[in-house]
Write a protein that binds this ligand. Structure first.
Ligand code: SAM
Ligand code: SF4
Length: 331
């Protein structure tokens, strides 16, 4: 598909990736993301599959090529495979991926794969019941592991494990997670804790840096060799052990990757965002429900891209947290 004018922001970054949140609901309550007590958006405020498909279709004409479904917990949205089917059929979309906590994956993996989902990211912070529940504040480890097993059998092109690193909370998980992922041939990625927790307890001193995690891995499991990035827009820096296994680091706080960011986001309630840390949103839902034309949706997306800041600026004195937490934005 020829793109007449790609989505280029004021800093020359070309946008080709759209993260779509399909719900703010979740079956876990991870400390770094959600509050314990939560009021979810009424269902009528969430975009329908038809509305999501329309935004994706317009975005594809502007050069969006990959879509990642997220949430909240995306597998809690009924009939998700149907949405995957619709999105993989959008002209120009080359790949649809999913980020999930995996609790409902055992039941849904086959349908998702058959619908055209190729890549899976499963978030898993601990392999012990105690560790899992300390972070997730709900049970679910056995279901997540069962989901991973079914997904592996299903033969997805890629399965990645995401683990958030928090000082004083997740140090003991580093080596067991790495051993597990090497054995199971999952690609492990450690993500630095970002100031997007609903309880607003984030403090820089809690960020367990990717460099510190890497040092532990090298000490315990042997030297790591840097890998060439498959995709220049990817936020992770990946490494490989010479005797097998890959591990990556998304050092969003200590080594921001804003200069190569190629992402846009659509929240479950239909707001377009140009950054996880954006404090402004562009209201696509009002256009969709108010008879807006595709050209108007395209203009809204372009305006959003044009307003993108150079960097998230977490370390700058003027940094202001977004008013919505990770589960409301879509990570
Ligand atoms: N529920 C799904 C899951 O957990 O994979 C999808 C949504 S979740 C918001 C997406 C990703 O964001 C997960 O990998 C999660 O670990 C990560 N995440 C959530 N809050 C975060 C934070 N404050 N800092 C860093 N990563 C965070
Ligand atoms: Fe739910 Fe994912 Fe947030 Fe955990 S990180 S509370 S699983 S949305």
């Amino acid at each position: 598909m020829t793109v007449v004018a790609p989505l280029i922001d004021g800093f020359g970054r070309v946008h080709t990736d759209l993260r779509i949140s399909v719900t703010d609901r979740c079956n876990l309550r991870c400390t770094y993301c959600m509050p314990l007590e939560v009021v979810f958006k009424p269902r009528e405020e969430l975009l329908t599959f038809e509305e999501i498909g329309r935004v994706a279709g317009v975005a594809a004409t502007l050069g969006i090529r990959t879509i990642r479904l997220t949430g909240g917990e995306p597998l809690m949205r009924r009939d998700l495979p149907e949405l995957v089917r619709q999105l993989t059929a959008v002209p120009g979309i080359e790949e649809v991926a999913l980020t999930t906590n995996g609790l409902l994956l055992a039941e849904q993996a086959a349908d998702l794969h058959a619908a055209g989902l190729t890549r899976l990211n499963v978030s898993l912070d601990s392999l012990t019941t105690e560790g899992f529940e300390r972070v997730a504040r709900r049970p679910g480890l056995d279901r997540a592991l069962a989901g991973l097993e079914v997904a592996k059998r299903e033969g997805f092109q890629s399965i990645r494990i995401n683990a958030v690193s928090i000082k004083g909370l997740t140090e003991a998980e580093i080596v067991p997670l790495a051993r597990f992922c090497r054995r199971e041939e999952f690609h492990l990625r450690f993500i630095e804790f970002m100031p997007l927790d609903a309880e607003e307890s984030w403090d820089k001193s809690q960020v367990l840096s990717g460099a510190d995690v890497r040092a532990v891995l090298e000490r315990e499991l042997g030297p790591l060799v840097a890998e060439q990035a498959d995709d220049p827009g990817q936020p992770a820096i990946d490494y490989r052990w010479v005797d097998g296994g890959r591990v990556g680091f998304i050092n969003a706080v200590t080594r921001p990757f804003c200069d190569r960011c190629d992402r846009l986001r659509l929240t479950a309630d239909g707001q377009v965002r140009n950054c996880l840390f954006s404090t402004v949103e562009w209201d696509a839902r009002s256009l969709l429900r108010g008879g807006g034309a595709d050209t108007e949706i395209a203009t809204l997306i372009r305006d959003c891209v044009a307003a993108k800041r150079a960097a998230h600026g977490i370390d700058t004195p003027s940094f202001a947290r977004p008013s919505r937490a990770m589960y409301q934005i879509g990570g």
